[in-house]
Design a protein around this ligand. Structure first.
Ligand SMILES: [Zn+2]
Length: 249
């Protein structure tokens, strides 16, 4: 069975995306040899204790990433998923990415399980600051202060050692449990708890499809497994779903 046929037959289709869909927009991933963790030690830049110890140092790291994130544009893969959602063929997108590119491509129902760079929050008084204000503050200071109490705010991305946003995780698991198809795009399915979503779908009788460069622990349980670029694959998928349904012989 090909991917288009699977999407047609196994509704609702829930999509799970990881760094692989955004690398095609020029955003480096984390774990590959050219990824962010090859250059920066996550223990120094990406843990909540590192942030509490030295928030200015962590913000130096984010300030550099913000430049890349601000310039990145959604690619054909993001846009194909947004169109598939409009056409009722994709129910929602669960994403490990914090870049906001799905929303910018037009996706309506996006569940961000690792948080988002679009806001930052004060750990002392919970005031939330939009990205624009953060960027403006970084022009004159090494780290953005809370407008209410002056503490340095923290980007609303989930750092190592922090709890994942419970509401987003609960919704992702509920949707995965009722999905006819879980389509994994650009994730190596190594980071928990998101790596548990395929089990949730498979154990309730749903099907699994994986589009990723590189192996995943679920490859053998996938009905369709495509080793390839996410943009070209999703664009081809949307194209195939535009053609009239083949009549059954
Ligand atoms: Zn504050």
């Amino acid at each position: 069975m090909d991917l288009a046929e699977l999407v047609r037959r196994r509704q609702p289709c829930l999509v799970l995306t990881g760094a692989g869909i955004s690398t095609e927009s020029g955003i480096p991933d984390f774990r590959s040899p050219s990824g962010i963790w090859a250059r920066y030690d996550p223990m120094e830049y990406a843990t909540i204790s590192a942030f509490r110890r030295d928030p200015v140092k962590v913000w130096e790291f984010y300030a550099r990433r913000l430049g890349v994130l601000a310039q990145a544009e959604p690619n054909v893969g993001h846009r194909a998923l947004a169109r598939l959602e409009q056409r009722g063929l994709v129910q929602a997108v669960v994403t490990q990415n914090i870049d906001g590119l799905h929303q910018r491509a037009g996706s309506q129902d996006v569940i961000e399980v690792h948080g988002s760079i679009r806001t930052a929050s004060c750990l002392a008084c919970r005031t939330q600051v939009p990205l624009g204000d953060v960027v403006a503050a970084l022009e004159t200071a090494p780290a953005p202060p809370c407008p209410r109490c002056g503490e340095i705010v923290k980007p609303d991305v989930v750092m190592f050692g922090e709890l994942l946003p419970a509401e987003a995780i609960d919704r992702a698991f509920a949707l995965a449990a009722s999905a006819g198809l879980l389509l994994v795009v650009g994730s190596s399915l190594e980071v928990h708890p998101v790596a548990g979503l395929p089990d949730e779908t498979l154990s309730r009788g749903g099907a699994l499809a994986i589009v990723n460069r590189g192996q995943t622990p679920y490859d053998r349980r996938a009905t369709v497994r495509i080793e390839g670029g996410t943009g070209e694959t999703l664009e081809a998928l949307e194209q195939a779903l535009t053609e009239p349904t083949p009549r059954l012989a």
